[in-house]
Write a new protein. Structure first.
Length: 199
């Protein structure tokens, strides 16, 4: 079970709070997705409004199955749901996991929110869970996501061709990235520098 390795935890810094995703987040998650009609973006997995509850239920089942632990990303001041991010493909035996299923309301994109959330998730993975490797994957046409992952300090491992289906039924190639524990201190310093520089 993921809970044996990734126990329920709340993480917070710089006005951003991550809490385990629950059914009570349904309305907030639906509103976040509606900000920008994110489900219309071909290269993401954001749920349509009517599918929000099913999206949460699927995430909770994956948590019970031990391969995903989803978080709601909140505004720490008022509790507004800003989006979601997850640990997934959790491999306790080799102390590896990936960070993904990440999306935010349009108003939060290109703000500090993603950087802070990733900093919290990476810090917890490396410094609390003792992970040797943290990974990311994204659609080969999701160039914004690739740039965001690279800004975190992750290294491109390669491309898995014909790896999955997009929501429109087309077959996608997946770009894989990772960061090793030995690279974390420098990546952490860079992320803190970027956050401090941009206020």
């Amino acid at each position: 079970m993921a809970d044996e390795f990734v126990a329920p935890v709340e993480l917070q810094a710089r006005g951003v709070r991550l809490v385990p995703l629950r059914l009570e987040h349904e309305e907030g998650l639906r509103a976040a997705a509606a900000d920008g009609e994110l489900w219309k973006i071909r290269v993401t997995s954001v749920p349509e409004p009517r599918e929000t509850r099913g999206y949460i239920e699927a995430a909770l089942q994956m948590r019970r199955d031990g391969n995903r632990f989803a978080f709601a990303v909140l505004d720490a001041e008022n509790g507004t749901v800003l989006g979601s991010s997850s640990y997934h493909d959790i491999l306790p035996a080799v102390k590896r996991l990936e960070i993904g299923y990440t999306w935010y309301a349009a108003r939060c994109q290109r703000t500090h929110v993603n950087t802070v959330a990733k900093l919290l998730l990476m810090r917890h993975a490396f410094e609390t869970l003792g992970c040797h490797v943290v990974g990311w994957r994204t659609d080969n046409f999701n160039f914004a996501s690739q740039r965001a992952i690279e800004r975190l300090g992750a290294k491109k491992d390669g491309v898995i061709r014909g790896h999955g289906l997009r929501r429109d039924g087309t077959i996608r190639d997946t770009v894989m990235y990772s960061l090793r524990a030995g690279e974390w201190p420098e990546a952490r310093a860079q992320l803190l520098y970027l956050l401090d520089r941009h206020g």
